[in-house]
Design a protein around this ligand. Sequence first.
Ligand code: SF4
Length: 451
Amino acid sequence: MNYADARRVASELEKLGYSATPHAEDADVIVLETCTVRQQSEDKAYNKLHSLRPMKQKRPDLTVAVMGCVVGVRGNQSLEEKFPFVDVFMEPSTDGLPLISQLQQEEDHTLEQTSTAKRHGLQDGEIILPADQRGKLVSAPVSIVYGCSHACAFCIIPQQRGVERSRPIGTIASEVRSLVSQGVKEVVLLGQIVDRYGYDVANGPDLADLLATINDVDGLQRIRFLTSHPNYMTDRILHAVADLPKVMPQIEIPIQAGDNDILRDMKRGYTREEYRDLIHHVRATIPGAAIHSDIIVGFPGETREQFQKTYDILDELRLDKVHLARYSPRPGTVSERRMADDVPDVEKRRRFHALESLQKEILQEEMRHYVGQMVEVLVEGKHKGRWRGRNPQNKLVFFNDPGDQKGKLVQVLVNHAGPWSMSGTMASRSQSSAIKDRRDQTSDTIPLTVF
Ligand code: SF4
């Protein structure tokens, strides 16, 4: 979400005639995007801000802007007092408007903005990628709903990002079309509860409608979306994933904990049994779907027995990816105000590592079935000399090839699979055409015996 927000601000700056530089020392404008989801992220933001102070002292004409969750949607006076050298403070997801207005006031950029927008044929809602990403970016995040109105007990996001606001479907489609015209092949549609897209608009389109619209964008290869919430995943959405060819079979749906009392205290709004039923339903509706989840260990009051239930359900459901976090109280949240952070850090770490090891074992086994299979890979770029991309289930695939494969969809015959990635050999052109002919009979894998 922060990456998507930052990219839209960068786009507005490009329209004014600015261009990106890799070195902060060379910049006329520095925009710091910040996160408060954990204490560590917040500390990082403050450290970076402190490091900008000498730069601003040396060059008073430098414009420094701070955006994102440390600013929040309700203003942050103590931040403004602590960092008086900052010129502009911006809420999350503002498209950089306060900064753009200030820069426009300082210099008359209006003419240049018009000409830059015209030069790139930009219409309303369309964005321009920074020059160093144009034609090079393969996958881009696109925010579709801002904020969250759910208020889980541990989460600071509703306070910092405000209530849920869906972006108009036409603006999102324009953004996607402009990204595709600049080389992007995959978009990742983002929302804190992405399946609530359109809920805040009377008779508005829902996520299934949006997926169908984006699926029609010419030149786009793949669509993903995240993050879902178990209470809002509908059959319409699942069928859209199953039926629309560009929507990838990947559902990101956090469980957070496997014990019902902890789930109740977290104010998540579902039980472990309901989550289990939903996962079976997703798998029945979208064969071969990858399911990703989030888990927090050491939530206030979590006993060893309650943690064991989280361990057991993860063992039972054998999910494709789990983002693990150790609970850390965020100031102002319900859990911080009303519950004691009573699980010792050493125990949080033990639980974290227990789930990490379990997940590694599960994936070690589950990934084996890819060996000997042909997978379709969207190539993102090179990593340590090898091409790196992802299959429809978002699993990492590596292969060697002397040609330029970036941004292409290729077929790779997998000959090795570990828990976190697989590697193999790119199929020849004739093998790829054979796969194309057989595409209707399979989802993403084709047995080697075909050849
Ligand atoms: S649904 Fe997600 S973003 Fe919203 S409050 Fe809960 S954890 Fe935070």
